[in-house]
Design a protein around this ligand. Structure first.
Ligand SMILES: *Cc1c(COP(=O)(O)O)cnc(C)c1O
Length: 556
């Protein structure tokens, strides 16, 4: 593919010496991709242009058709295949309103490219010095942001908010049972999180061998935050039955509704119950994967309001910040930069208040014959579950430098402002769509419709609805999910089948379904809100009619 190499195999690689001919060639290949995507862009829809015939046999056809080509292929041609993958792909236009699925920012992408250009292994600073340096820097930056002591704290980049929750649990086990990493995990250890927590902990319980039956779900309040009285009772109950509470996950920003657990109260409750029984306190992980980014407002002077946020936006930000203020009381935290940090997948940062905790799960010298524990090299991440690691910290570093505190403040404030405008317009234009996370100022809105345009939300919350009624309402909302989901190339909304678990008249428990608007694209502006709500109205209105038609008339 290149004439600049003495050996044709070298043409597959960037140059050794930095010559300009090969640079131009590399640049033109990258340009081909960028131009190709630009040509597919379609700001008036959600998906990129291009054909994608997703017939029922789509995946089986792929299996039948795919094989490694025998001959090499020119990269220009490979690029055309790559671009075809992107045909009809969801893209973060102003109508991309579905979930916490952000666009990768330019600084984030450039940071990734920087890492790829040297392809260091972040396992050890002898192999990946750039990644190690960036990792130490971003851990210090984020520690200072949340109020951890950067000289005591530690952490690393990992596979998602889930990876952070998982290692939080590994730390909890090792703190309570120091020989568990060698002897295995006793069966009487218990973890706790709210009903609105992410399912990551459920998965982690399975993977550590504790089993998900040892995960105790705590009731939530109407604002989706953990009911700490229920935490107290359930911890007491576990201890009474011979169990040991080792891990409490406080969700600081639930994925669906932005409920924010009170980390201080959870910590205090956990301490009181444990100490009363002569136990050490559980490890507290604040699952701040999503919401933690509001820590960018920790030092914002809300009175001076330097960035001139509108009064309602300022009020919302202040409310979020006040609920987030105790993040630094948690033993471990997570920042999913691939969420509100605006970097590509996967760039999650796991932060540990006391870096010495990581020693509990580190590898011993005799277990690492290839790397680390040498007279050279000072940074070896033997405590991560991964061995080789990508240097995703470089992308995080790039984004933090480029956006700066004020850049993140402006962007988050924009998301909040658009969401507030959406709620206002929804209340005005579609009053029968009940906002069910109204107590949480946030960047998303959950709304639920009821048969006959009722508003049963308060009745549902207080346990005054029959199971059949709630099921019927859930079905109506599921119809709305289907209608919106089928047209997601016009506007892409989200939905959830687990907003709040409520009691029924019969004494059962049931989850509420709700449709969701998530402000996540930088291209969604307040001026687009009217159009978005009117689109929703067009789609909700017929549902009420068709639902009324399906009801059996009395005596008919
Ligand atoms: C997204 C999310 C997770 C899972 O994070 P991944 O990066 O997808 O692994 C966990 N907890 C919360 C609160 C989240 O929002």
């Amino acid at each position: 593919m290149s004439t600049y190499h003495s050996n044709s195999m070298q043409a597959f690689f960037p140059s050794e010496d930095g010559n300009s001919e090969e640079r131009q060639q590399f640049m033109s290949l990258i340009e081909q991709l960028i131009v190709g995507v630009d040509e597919l862009k379609n700001p008036n829809g959600v998906n990129l242009l291009g054909e994608k015939d997703r017939s029922p046999s789509f995946y089986s056809d792929l299996i039948a058709d795919s094989a490694i080509p025998n001959e090499s292929t020119a990269q220009e041609e490979v690029n055309t295949h790559l671009l075809k993958l992107l045909h009809n792909h969801p893209y973060h236009s102003k109508y991309f309103l579905t979930n916490i699925l952000p666009m990768a920012s330019t600084p984030g992408i450039l940071g990734m490219i920087t890492a790829f250009l040297v392809n260091g292994n972040n396992l050890w600073d002898v192999y990946g010095p750039a990644g190690a340096e960036a990792e130490v820097r971003v851990i210090s930056m984020m520690s200072k942001l949340v109020g951890y002591d950067p000289l005591q704290s530690g952490g690393y980049t990992t596979w998602g908010g889930q990876g952070a929750i998982f290692t939080g649990l590994r730390l909890a086990i090792a703190k309570f049972v120091p020989d568990a990493p060698r002897k295995g995990v006793p069966r009487n250890l218990y973890a706790f999180c709210s009903e609105s927590a992410h399912y990551s902990l459920f998965k982690s319980m399975e993977a550590t061998g504790l089993g998900s039956d040892n995960l105790i779900r705590i009731r939530t309040n109407a604002d989706s935050s953990m009911d700490t009285e229920d935490l107290r009772q359930k911890m007491e109950q576990v201890i009474a039955e011979g169990g040991i509470p080792i891990y409490v996950v406080a969700t600081t920003g639930t994925t669906d509704a932005m409920g924010i657990d009170d980390v201080q109260l959870i910590r205090q409750t956990a301490i009181e119950v444990s100490y009363a029984h002569g136990l050490q306190r559980p490890h507290i992980h604040a699952d701040s994967a999503l919401g933690g980014f509001f820590a960018f407002f920790r030092e914002y002077d809300f009175d001076a309001n330097e960035l001139n946020f509108l009064p309602q936006v300022l009020h919302a930000l202040q409310q979020i910040q006040s609920r987030m203020q105790y993040l630094s009381l948690a033993d471990t935290l997570c920042f999913d930069f691939q969420k509100l940090g605006q970097t590509p997948y996967s760039t999650s940062l796991f932060l540990v208040k006391n870096a010495l905790d990581l020693k509990l799960i580190d590898l011993a010298e005799e277990e690492t014959p290839y790397v680390g524990h040498r007279g050279y090299g000072d940074y070896h991440t033997g405590y991560t579950l991964e061995c080789s690691r990508m240097a995703s910290s470089i992308s995080i570093y790039s984004a933090l430098l480029a956006f700066g505190v004020k850049g993140y403040q402006r962007l988050l404030a924009q998301f909040v402002e658009v969401n507030l405008a959406f709620r206002e317009e929804l209340r005005l234009e579609i009053p029968e769509a009940v906002i069910v996370n109204d107590e949480n100022p946030a960047i998303m809105t959950l709304f639920r419709i009821y048969p006959d345009r009722r508003n049963d939300f308060q009745k549902e919350l207080s346990g005054q609805c029959y199971l059949a009624e709630i099921e019927e309402t859930n079905r109506l909302n599921e119809e709305l999910f289907d209608v919106l989901g089928k047209q997601r190339d016009i506007m892409f909304f989200g939905d959830t089948k687990k907003h709040l678990v409520v009691p029924t008249m019969e004494g059962n428990q049931i989850s509420l379904y709700a449709a969701k608007l998530f402000v996540i694209s930088p291209y969604t502006q307040v001026e687009h809100v009217k159009e978005i709500v009117s689109y929703l109205k067009q789609n909700i209105e017929p549902l009420f009619h068709s639902h009324a038609d399906t009801l059996q008339p009395i005596g008919g």
